[in-house]
Design a protein around this ligand. Structure first.
Ligand code: DAH
Length: 336
């Protein structure tokens, strides 16, 4: 049988040859753009493969099968090369964006706690570990809790020790956290072991005084509490707060209306000067009576100190007002 177009019918060898050439061209593309161009020249509207696929019906079965196979194979080859080139592009970008882990990073401003907050946390932690419970009270106080119950009636000259801010209704801005002692004893009775914390207010302002400052007040009342317990706790507290192995204290007689005897406690600072750290004493019987506590059965001690002042010492500050001038450096990572 004679087949007139036998001579132009592509053989398996023709297919193979074309495929190998094509494979070579695909391999030789260096960029995604080149690959895209090649793809269009093969599979685009006017592409070579597109044209050949149109001749499908003129082909015999073998040639059709070959063409189909070639079509699929080429598409696969394009896909593979595309993945290769994409990967290479990504690697190139990564090499170019390489990280140098030894470079100093940009400083990260995470912020820090204000030194007053930090010191309050430390103080609280220490006192709580000694069994003192933390208490607060109102900053606007009545005369009873701020003065009278603290054995400081209206005529008492000790009221002059504190330059008080008075409110029109006769209340005061709390001048001392000692008011918290009274509120606690009224509320919970005895025995009691607490520390009160909070803001206090006085009409004064210089490098060591701010009209608003903070105090901490300790109070321990039970049946057999003595001055020795007081000094022991204060010593242990200061050692922990200032991180010192040993500490030199000086106890001076003093006067506060709400304690008897009253003392002031000084601490040797950096082996040189004496610094006044706190007032303290055995709670005056009148104070206990004012809170309906029998002073013949219960007694104990109280102490009070400026929490700002302790923080100033710890953070080496000369001017208390620096705590309150809202300088953002306080809140930055490194502080001052
Ligand atoms: N309230 C006193 C003041 O502001 C400090 C103080 C002294 C508190 C002796 C006390 C104390 O509890 O016993 O100056």
């Amino acid at each position: 049988m004679f087949c007139h177009n036998k001579a132009v019918m592509p053989t398996a060898f023709d297919f193979l040859l074309r495929e190998i050439k094509m494979q070579e061209q695909i391999k030789n593309t260096n960029t995604l753009q080149e690959l895209q161009n090649l793809y269009t020249s093969v599979f685009g509207k006017n592409g070579t493969m597109t044209a050949r696929l149109k001749t499908m019906r003129d082909l015999d079965n073998n040639a059709r099968a070959e063409l189909n196979r070639e079509n699929t194979t080429l598409r696969e080859l394009f896909k593979t090369r595309q993945a290769e080139l994409e990967n290479a592009a990504m690697m190139a970008e990564m090499a170019h964006e390489k990280l140098d882990a030894t470079l100093n990073p940009e400083p990260e401003n995470r912020g820090t706690l204000h030194p007053l907050t930090q010191s309050l946390r430390e103080i609280s932690e220490i006192l709580e570990s000694f069994g003192y419970e933390r208490r607060t009270g109102p900053e606007i106080e009545d005369d009873w809790h701020n003065f009278t119950a603290l054995n400081t009636p209206a005529y008492h000259p000790a009221r002059d020790m504190q330059d008080t801010f008075f409110l029109a209704n006769g209340n005061v801005m709390r001048t001392q956290t000692s008011a918290i002692q009274i509120r606690t004893m009224e509320e919970t009775g005895v025995p009691v072991k607490i520390f009160g914390i909070g803001a206090t207010y006085r009409k004064e302002m210089d490098a060591t005084h701010s009209p608003m400052f903070h105090q901490i007040e300790g109070l321990y009342i039970d049946k057999n509490i003595t001055m020795t317990d007081l000094i022991g706790d204060v010593r242990a507290f200061l050692k922990r707060f200032f991180n010192m192995n040993d500490i030199e204290l000086r106890i001076r007689p003093s006067y506060f209306p709400f304690t008897d005897p009253s003392i002031e406690i000084d601490m040797k600072w950096r082996g040189q000067k004496w610094l006044e750290i706190m007032g303290a004493g055995m709670v005056h019987p009148n104070v206990l009576r004012n809170c309906n506590i029998d002073p013949d059965v219960y007694q104990g001690f109280a102490f009070g100190f400026g929490w700002d002042r302790l923080a100033m010492l710890k953070y080496n500050l000369d001017d208390i007002r620096e705590f309150y001038n809202s300088d953002v450096r306080w809140l930055r990572d490194a502080g001052f």
